[in-house]
Design a binder for this molecule. Sequence first.
Ligand SMILES: Nc1nc2c(ncn2[C@@H]2O[C@H](COP(=O)(O)OP(=O)(O)OP(=O)(O)O)[C@@H](O)[C@H]2O)c(=O)[nH]1
Ligand SMILES: [Mg+2]
Length: 253
Amino acid sequence: MNPAHDKKNLVKLGIDMSDVDFIIALAGNPNTGKSTVFNSLTGLRQHTGNWPGKTVGRTEGAFSYIGHKYKIVDLPGTYSLLSTSADEEIARDFILFGRPDVTVIVADATRIERNLNLTLQVLEITDRAVLCLNLIDEARRHNINVDHIKLSEILGIPVVPTAARQKEGIPELLETIHKVATGEIKCNPYRVNTDFRSVAPAVEKLENKIKSLFPDLPNTRWIALRLLEGDQKIIDAVRSGDIGKLISEEIEG
Ligand SMILES: Nc1nc2c(ncn2[C@@H]2O[C@H](COP(=O)(O)OP(=O)(O)OP(=O)(O)O)[C@@H](O)[C@H]2O)c(=O)[nH]1
Ligand SMILES: [Mg+2]
């Protein structure tokens, strides 16, 4: 057992980490069934539904599986990790700084193309992820057939088809989460190629600078790429030092 999460940062983000072996995040576009998956894994009854079921902020729950204690965090629905809204920031900060042991991306099987945008963004940050291909019953009804095996090969992470409302596929999802958390399944995530010769030196230079300013910041490469893209929120956070706050407070305290 070798947890990959950043306990210090998770505590800073407000997560109670006592009695936890592994931490799981549930991310995904709005209305893909994240809270329904959360409920079926934890036995809790988070409110679900189109409206007013929308999840705001985070919700935590827990479950045990084969002797391990899991904490699972239901994140607000978001189309992107390139934050423009408070909800998107909550999801991004949790994945970026908390570094969950497994990030489960809940996707709508009837809108797979649109959902892959967030999936690829999550795979830029972490290499421990599972794609939960939810609403597979709806896809079937519309004669949409997603080749989940092929998709898994391309993405380099496990893909589990589910119909969470009917609890279909949930045991398989649980088993897969467990295998990724414990390292039994090793992911090899698809990464959009950013190693172009023309930008590589710039990325490296920026990354080194960020590392020297904020030595404990994880995912400095991701931050460097956002700076080069001109992501204003990240630029502001680096300029003001806010991006390192989470960590520097810990060092000072
Ligand atoms: N047919 C079908 N409906 C589902 C499935 N999973 C969830 N739903 C329904 O889809 C709606 C949205 O589900 P939620 O679990 O609230 O979705 P969410 O992703 O948490 O939504 P946000 O928090 O707003 O992002 C609810 O009416 C669920 O009952 C599924 O597998 N099949
Ligand atoms: Mg929800």
